[in-house]
Design a protein around this ligand. Structure first.
Ligand SMILES: *Cc1c(COP(=O)(O)O)cnc(C)c1O
Length: 254
């Protein structure tokens, strides 16, 4: 839980050192939670991806100064602008974690090292084409792709949080694995809203095992947000996506 009050944009601009110190404190506490949960679960410590959506590029720069190299964004317009502004930060990796339209694929492959939210054929095909097109004008390594799974298939439309139905994963995985320019790396999911995340993450872990039988290289498991990172770690997450508990409340959420 966040115990600190939100910092306004004006304060951020005027007192960058204070904001950096605040981020450092939160980052430290999140790392402590990750260590503790990994120790308890007797699992290897997962990678932390800091989700910087809605927060300014300046905060990403501050996080970089604190050693963060993996950041996550969920909207192309915002992510591409930040990535362009911060292009000089060596070794910074952008993870795209939001719902994606095919017509945004070209833009996303210009900055993203990984897309965690591939949930249908058309997106996979568009990303593959975009990587190949990008290669005509320069170097573009294979794009890391994670398949997003819907862990709440029975939920009403408005509570769904995106993702492919579990039953459609094998075919989607085969398709992605066969597309040039893409590297199938694993699964991603968001726990269902308003429910215990543990059974959902346990199911995700089983789905990951099934996927790895056909695609041993697809061993990544992107799961766990601010409020459920401990459950995700217990269920074998290799990558956590943490926003609020590092950056504080998102500005648009008041
Ligand atoms: C925003 C977001 C996160 C981070 O959530 P917090 O609760 O702020 O940690 C993680 N994953 C996805 C897909 C998101 O959209």
């Amino acid at each position: 839980m966040n115990t600190q009050s939100p910092v306004t944009g004006a304060q951020r601009d005027e007192r960058p050192d204070e904001r950096t110190a605040e981020l450092a404190g939160r980052l430290q506490r999140v790392h402590e939670r990750i260590e503790e949960a990994s120790r308890k679960a007797a699992r290897e410590k997962p990678e932390l991806i800091v989700v910087t959506k809605f927060h300014p590029a300046e905060d990403v720069r501050r996080l970089y100064s604190l050693g963060v190299r993996e950041v996550g964004e969920n909207r192309d317009q915002e992510a591409s602008a930040k990535a362009a502004e911060l292009a000089g930060l060596d070794g910074l990796s952008w993870h795209f974690i939001g719902q994606l339209q095919s017509n945004k694929a070209k833009s996303v492959v210009r900055y993203a090292s990984a897309v965690h939210s591939v949930d249908r054929d058309s997106i996979a095909t568009a990303l593959s084409r975009a990587v190949l097109a990008e290669r005509e004008s320069g170097v573009r390594p294979d794009l890391d792709v994670l398949l997003q799974v819907n862990l709440d298939p029975a939920a009403e439309e408005q509570t769904r949080r995106g993702g492919a139905l579990p039953a459609s994963l094998p075919a989607l995985a085969d398709q992605v694995a066969g597309l040039e320019g893409l590297r199938l790396r694993g699964l991603m999911a968001v726990a269902p809203l308003g429910a215990d995340p543990r059974p959902a993450f346990e199911w995700l872990h089983e789905l990951s095992g099934a996927l790895r039988r056909d695609h041993p290289e697809a061993a990544l498991l992107s799961a766990g947000m601010s409020h459920d990172l401990e459950d995700a770690i217990a269920c074998g997450a290799t990558h956590l996506r943490i926003g609020t508990d590092v950056l504080g409340p998102r500005p648009s959420m008041g």
